[in-house]
Each structure stands twice: as C-alpha cells, then as structure tokens.
Write a protein that binds this ligand. Structure first.
Ligand code: SDX
Length: 426
C-alpha cells in the first residue's frame, strides 16, 4: 500500500498521505492541499471519495454488491427487506429476537396521523406521486421536529424506524389519491411488502388477496434497491444532513435527487422508452438514436457510473421478472420482448461494448412492476421505498462520528474584479 504520494506545485514538492480501503480502491487524503493553495477538480466526482463508510461496497468491474459484507444475491435469495433494513442500520444480521423487536418497532409506527393525511388533499388527482411523497416526507419534519435530537443515537434510530415504517403508507396514499380512492390503513398482521401492496390494491377491513409470489417479488425489489454506496441521492442526503438539518428534510432532499431520469427516475423512463419504441421491429432505430452523438436520446436502464461489467441487481431483477410473469401466466409480454431485443443488440454492438454499457437495475424493474400492476408513475416511489433504509443508514453513520458541513469549492472562471458602472454609462 502506498503510504504517501508526492506532487510538485510551482517547484515545491509536497507529500499527501494515503488511506487504505478495507475492500477496493485506496484514497489520497487531499485535505492538506488547500494549505498549499490548490484544490482538486472533479466535476461529477468520478475520482472522489466524499466520505468513508462501512455500509455498502461495490466492485464495478467484478459486478459485486455487498450490504455490510453480504452479497446482494444471497440477501435477495435468503433474507427479507426488514431484515436487510436492520442489517444496514446496525451492521450485523439480527438474531431472531432482535429481528422480532425491530419488526415490532416498525409495525407500531406504520400509521399516519389522520390530520397529516390531509396533506394529500392539497394535490390534484393527476399530481406525480414523487411530488406527493417528497412533500409528505418533508412534512413529517413538522410532525416530529420538536422531539428530534440528532445528537442522540436512540433519537436517530427512532427517526430511522419511523421513516422505514411510514414510507409504504405514504407511497400507498399517493397511489390511492392518484386514483381517487380512499386510503387503506396499514395491517400489522401482514408482512412489509404484502402490507404495502394491500394498502395499494386492497380495501380497509377486507382480508389481503395479495399472492405470495407477488409480495415476495416486491420484497425482493425493495432489497435490491435498499442501498448503493454514495450514489447521487445518498450523497444528497449526506450533504443535507451535514448541515444538522431535520432528518426528514434531508431525506426529502434525497427523494428529489432520486427523481431524475438519470438516477432513480430511470425505471419510469425505461417503460416510457419501451412504449415509445412500441415494436421489436423499431429497436434497431432506437439503438442507432442512442449511439448518435447529435441525438440526446439515451437507452434508459443502460449504463452505470460504477458497474462496468454487469449490475448484479439487474440479473436478480431479471430472474424475478420471469417468476412474476410465470405466476401471472404472462407468456409473451411485448415490452419484455422489446427489452430482450434491446439487450441482445446492445450487448453485441461495439458502441455499448466499448463504453461498458450494460442493463442496470432499472432495466427490468419497470417491466416487473408493470406486471404486478404498479402504474408507471409510481415506479420511482417504489425505488424511494426500497432506498429508505440506505439513506437513513448513511445519515445515521455520518452523525455517529465527527463530521464537517459539506462545502465543496470551485474552479472560478468568471470576471476579474471590476468597478460598478451606473446605468446611464452602460
Ligand atoms: C441508478 O449511482 C448509482 O449507484 C445509481 C443507482 C443506485 O442504485 O443508486 O445504481 C441507480 O441511477 C442507475 C442508473 C439509471 N440511469 C439510467 O439508466 C439512465 C441512462 N444511463 C445514463 O444516463 C448513464 O449511463 C448514467 C447516468 C447512468 C451514468 O453516466 P456517467 O457515468 O456519467 O457516464 P457518461 O454519461 O459519461 O457516459 C459515458 C459514455 C458517453 O459517451 P461518450 O461521450 O464517451 O462518447 O457512454 C455514453 C455517453 O454518451 N452513454 C450512453 C448511455 N449511458 C452512457 N449512451 C447511450 N445510452 C446510455 N444509456
């Protein structure tokens, strides 16, 4: 491991220490650079570690994703979302008793205050669910602002449990409001994913009719989305949280960042793209559009800043997609045919091979969610629901140790200092 690196600035050689990673890429600690009158420059943070973290590890070349050291494939096959939430928050797989206590804590917090539910009345029926859910999460700050003590570990954990507990209820409320239907109360007798689906598709007072295959597919989707290192939305939560703001406000900032089609909004954009392509015969036309530098069109669900071989979540998602289709007796879904054709062509095309562009998690998640009956505009809300434990685990990890307010610098390319000119002399 290289202990120090040397750089020479205006003839003066300085040494910068390095730090060794437990897994993956080591870092050069550039904090001393400002004393030498220099900044680093890395728009988009391609080569920048914004923090240290012990939560999630990604090896983009090997297609490896670990939550607290456990492979995503093993967790998707053997665990469930609430157990993964506990793992991300606490760092270890819970014992049976610990899991029971965690689940009980979540279940007792799932109900949304009846007065607060009126927040949805402020939205038109056609409002985008991400706008509703982002506003509702930010609104939770008003409900709990007085009692939050971000310096207290127990208070932070209570906030984490509240957010994990309430996000399915808020998401289902956004869905129901969009359909002009009355809300369905949480049912503590149901599992986490089944309860969410029942609040969407069920009726208060009537038993759940959600099939086990569908609820386990949804639970798996939540697991696959639960965390992903320092992605744009998680970095937004960390940056917001570094100002000591209300945690619900920090999470709401993460929801806003996730909404973009370059990030979590891609699952909705994939469905819109597949519908726009419309037929397998037009796939080549769209692949050529994606390759055309003069055309802003990109293949939604393809490419990733970190994964340069394959997104392990996409493989699990694809398998889950086929399981859902089998359960539903869906034989040849036209959108799936178009997706498969897109993937086949892209995998054989030099443009995509050279740029290491492969399907990411969003490529198959949208098709699966559509098959389950989730409307396209709710896809990113599902991503929000899945990612909640990751966001709040990173927020808690940052606040559990000394931290500084995030305040990047810049390369200034503006005007030199100049004197004000009165309007009559311009
Ligand atoms: C998520 O970061 C995370 O971990 C995110 C996420 C998570 O779990 O939090 O994994 C979730 O956001 C997944 C990504 C979802 N987004 C999409 O599917 C949207 C489509 N993908 C692209 O927008 C893009 O691939 C990004 C945003 C995902 C990554 O962008 P980068 O890393 O900045 O790469 P780039 O834009 O610099 O692309 C490199 C080259 C460029 O061509 P050249 O200029 O080198 O000739 O690849 C091209 C790009 O034009 N390219 C694409 C493409 N993605 C990149 N060309 C066509 N279609 C695409 N999808």
């Amino acid at each position: 491991m290289i202990q120090k690196v040397q750089i020479t600035i205006d003839g003066k050689t300085i040494e910068l220490p390095t730090m060794e990673a437990k897994e993956g890429t080591n870092v050069i600690d550039v904090r001393g650079l400002i004393a030498e009158g220099m900044f680093t420059y890395d728009p988009g943070f391609l080569s920048t570690a914004s923090c240290d973290s012990a939560i999630t590890y990604i090896d983009g070349d090997a297609g490896v994703l670990l939550y607290r050291g456990y492979e995503i494939e093993q967790l998707a096959d053997n665990s469930n979302h609430l157990e993964v939430c506990s793992l991300l928050l606490n760092g270890e797989l819970p014992s049976e008793t610990e899991l029971q206590t965690f689940v009980a804590s979540i279940k007792e917090k799932q109900t949304i205050d009846s007065k607060f539910q009126q927040i949805f009345n402020g939205f038109t029926q056609g409002a985008h669910p991400m706008a509703m859910v982002g506003s509702a999460i930010s609104g939770l700050a008003a409900l709990f602002h007085e009692e939050i003590d971000i310096t207290n570990a127990d208070s932070r954990m209570t906030t984490a449990h509240r957010l994990i507990a309430m996000i399915p209820t808020l998401a289902a409320m956004a869905y129901k409001h969009g359909r002009g239907e009355s809300f369905v109360e949480p049912d503590a007798s149901l599992g986490y994913a089944e309860n969410f689906l029942n609040m969407c598709f069920g009726e208060t007072g009537k038993p759940s009719t959600i099939s086990r295959t569908i609820s386990s597919a949804m639970d798996k989707i939540f697991i696959l989305h639960a965390d992903h290192e320092q992605n744009a939305s998680t970095s937004t939560v960390r940056m917001s949280g570094s100002t000591d703001c209300n945690p619900y406000a920090a999470i709401s900032a993460g929801v806003s960042a996730l909404w973009g089609p370059a990030h979590g909004g891609a699952n909705e954009a994939v469905l819109d793209m597949l519908n726009e392509i419309g037929d397998v015969s037009r796939v080549e036309e769209y692949v050529n559009k994606a390759k055309d530098k003069n055309d802003p069109f990109k293949l939604m669900g393809f490419g990733h800043r970190v994964y340069k071989n394959f997104d392990p979540r996409a493989k699990v998602m694809e398998a889950s997609c086929h399981a859902v289709f089998e359960e539903l007796g869906v034989k040849d879904d036209p959108l799936l045919e178009i997706a498969k054709r897109l993937e086949t062509i892209a995998r054989e095309d030099d443009y995509f091979i050279e740029r290491k562009l492969y399907p990411n998690i969003d490529f198959y998640s949208g098709i699966t969610l559509k098959a389950i009956g989730i409307p396209t505009e709710l896809f990113t809300v599902i991503f929000t629901l899945g990612r909640m434990p990751g966001w709040i685990s990173h927020w808690n990890e940052m606040l559990s140790a000394p931290y500084k307010i995030a305040r990047p610098r810049q390369l200034y390319l503006g005007e030199h200092q100049r004197e004000y000119v009165g309007i009559n002399n311009r």
